[in-house]
Design a protein around this ligand. Structure first.
Ligand SMILES: Cc1cc2nc3c(=O)[nH]c(=O)nc-3n(C[C@H](O)[C@H](O)[C@H](O)COP(=O)(O)OP(=O)(O)OC[C@H]3O[C@@H](n4cnc5c(N)ncnc54)[C@H](O)[C@@H]3O)c2cc1C
Ligand code: SF4
Length: 456
């Protein structure tokens, strides 16, 4: 099994996975390692970061010195080769013409989805984040707790490789010993922040990021990931050895041809393909999940984007991992006599209460850094951050939940955080409960990124 064309499709599969990003990649990996025959349908084109990542091109090599454009909002070298805020051929409408009510949804259309250019910041939700209603009476408690999810966090951290440290903070969970890779050292600007922020009682600690600061433990991790499964252990041990450690000098947002950071395309899909249990069909845009007489999903109708033809494939189960927006759309499109409002939508709530990460950026020049001697300040993006520290003061804050603060410092020209501002556009109007949920999610997901650019 491999990356296939339509003529190689099998009559039926155990499972059809729609989407190849974080959700689809992990699903396909887990299933195929356990012997399940999987077809992955991906709307975007095939993409190989090992051969396609321009890691060493300078901005001068690119048009407009790699400035962001409508087609490449994150700059010319951004790993998103197809897709963005606007996707050709996929109309996107706003519920309101009021600019303050806009909601823009970043849609990568390529193998690996958003994992090719994401920030690699890999934080665990804390115990309080699973039970917010119990603490402040807003939103809902999750039906699962941190303890239920923790063993899976452990496995994913081992598999993808996450650097960071255990700080013993109450709602910023530690990982089991030996799971995290060592964090990179804080740089001058980050040490400066740490020194001056201590008086406010805010913790400045190493962030957790899916970047290999050292090679992975290919001797011990495979057995912890796949106990009693020698074939899977062998495959993942080999895949881990094919990944190099970061050399701290290039832009993770372009992708990583040495596989040092996590992308579904370099970490999940190669070992899943090596099992022989995965077929990947690219340029296959899923439109609808089909349902059998028993009311259970039994296949997917998709559009071949090259020919424009509609096709159907069969599977015993279907996993929709097409990102939250697109997954909801496919469910709503999957109407039948039995499910007139779409699949899984007896509540009428599918497509409502979707939450995006919201963020805001702030840049400035720090006089104390003027005349700082030139030194090596390279690294892998963010090294330290401030986790949400006021989680016990909910009643005094005047807003629900919280945020964390990321820092980026260095001797460079100040930049305007254009893309970050766009990403923080508020969502469409919503009833009071939805607003509460959005704030609930904001506690763990919102990123207020402060970028302190030390420039002369
Ligand atoms: C700029 C940016 C930075 C980010 N940084 C971070 C970060 O630092 N930390 C963090 O935790 N999160 C971050 N995120 C969020 C993170 O990338 C996403 O939450 C995550 O990738 C979502 O995974 P997913 O599988 O749901 O969707 P995706 O990774 O988007 O994958 C969905 C896939 O489905 C495909 N697809 C869509 N529709 C169809 C269809 N109809 N048929 C077939 N295939 C389809 C798409 O082409 C895509 O490949 C960031 C996101 C962005 C945009
Ligand atoms: S900084 Fe490290 S992980 Fe990121 S692209 Fe460069 S080598 Fe890869």
């Amino acid at each position: 099994m491999a990356i296939i064309t339509e003529k190689d499709l099998q009559p039926t599969y155990d499972v059809i996975v729609v989407g190849s990003g974080a959700g689809g990649g992990q699903s396909a990996y887990t299933l195929t390692m356990n012997g399940v025959k999987v077809l992955m349908l991906e709307a975007g084109r095939n993409y190989d970061p090992v051969t396609e990542t321009p890691m060493f091109q300078s901005k001068a090599d690119a048009p407009l010195r790699a400035m962001s454009t409508k087609e490449k909002p994150f700059g010319f070298h951004d790993a998103t080769v197809d897709g963005g805020w606007e996707v050709p051929g996929e109309p996107y409408t706003q519920a309101s013409t009021d600019p303050k009510q806009r909601f823009d949804w970043w849609r990568a259309r390529m193998l690996g989805g958003r994992t090719n250019h994401w920030g690699r910041i890999s934080l665990r939700n804390g115990a309080y984040d699973f039970k917010p209603y119990s603490r402040d009476g807003l939103g809902f408690d999750w039906p699962i707790s941190y303890e239920d999810v923790a063993p899976y966090y452990d496995k994913v951290e081992m598999l993808v490789g996450v650097y960071g440290s255990n700080e013993g903070l109450e709602n910023t969970p530690d990982s089991p010993n030996g799971t995290l890779l060592p964090p990179p050292k804080a740089r001058a600007g980050e040490l400066y922040v740490k020194k001056h922020i201590a008086k406010f009682g805010m913790p400045v600690i190493p962030i957790h990021r899916a970047v290999l600061s050292t090679r992975q433990d290919h001797v011990n991790f495979p057995a912890r990931l796949h106990p009693n499964n020698p074939k899977a252990q062998k495959i993942i041990a080999k895949a881990m050895q094919e990944r190099a450690a970061c050399f701290w000098a290039t832009d993770c947002g372009r992708g990583c041809s040495i596989k040092a950071n996590y992308q579904s395309t370099t970490v999940h899909l190669p070992p899943a393909l090596a099992t022989g249990n995965l077929d990947i069909l690219c340029n296959a845009h899923a439109r609808e999940v089909t349902v059998g007489a028993d009311g259970k999903a039994n296949g997917v109708i998709y559009i071949d984007k090259v020919t424009g033809q509609e096709r159907a494939v069969k599977g015993r189960a279907v996993i929709l991992a097409a990102s939250s927006g697109e997954t909801a759309r496919i469910l709503l499109n999957s109407k039948s006599n039995r499910f007139p409002n779409g699949l899984g939508n007896s509540s009428g709530l599918v497509g409502k209460y979707i939450m995006d990460t919201v963020g805001a950026g702030l840049g400035g020049s720090v006089p104390a850094f003027e005349n700082l001697p030139v030194h090596n300040e390279e690294g892998a993006g963010t090294h330290v951050y401030i986790p949400w520290w006021l989680y016990k003061d909910a009643s005094k804050l005047g807003f629900a939940r919280g945020y964390h603060i990321e820092f980026g410092t260095g001797r460079r020209m100040p930049v305007a955080p254009d893309a970050a501002c766009r990403a923080s556009a508020p969502a469409a109007p919503a009833p009071a409960t939805a607003r509460a949920i959005r704030k609930k999610s904001a506690r763990s997901m919102a990123q207020a990124s402060a970028s302190l650019a030390a420039a002369r």
